[in-house]
Design a protein around this ligand. Structure first.
Ligand SMILES: [Zn+2]
Length: 64
């Protein structure tokens, strides 16, 4: 279940996210919502809500 903040997207307050992993080549960052555990991919484009499987595939080193 997404929290009400994540339901409306990746937006402020950003302190609700913690950074789990980074891909310096993209660059992109795997972010997790502290409220609901949703995983987001933050990059130069539109932030993307990730499934756990997709997040693991993008960030194999992340402990999720
Ligand atoms: Zn959330």
């Amino acid at each position: 279940m997404l929290c009400t903040d994540c339901q409306s997207g990746y937006h402020a307050p950003y302190d609700r996210f913690e950074r789990l992993a980074a891909n310096p080549e993209a660059p992109s960052y795997l972010m997790r919502c502290r409220q609901c555990g949703a995983l987001w991919n933050e990059s130069s484009g539109m932030p993307e809500l990730l499934t756990r499987t997709h997040a693991r595939w993008l960030y194999p080193e992340a402990r999720i």
